[in-house]
Design a protein around this ligand. Sequence first.
Ligand SMILES: [Zn+2]
Length: 83
Amino acid sequence: MRAGFERIGRTVSLERAKRSCLDKRAYKSRNEARDFAARNRKKYGETADQPYRCTICGKFHLATRKAKRKTRAKAGRGKGGKR
Ligand SMILES: [Zn+2]
């Protein structure tokens, strides 16, 4: 059994896990991820996909960075927080 959804000092909710892991494509290695990103770049131009090691499944995913999106709703709007 693998490490579940817990990471150091923090428990990842299932929903979050889905978004950052389960819904994403997993790569066996960083190289593989990078390779894929490189191909993407050729196709789509300026994507800055960063391979990262997933703390949930232990594989690699690509973090797609969209430009200009540094500030994320820090002041919660409404209730219920983020979804
Ligand atoms: Zn994962």
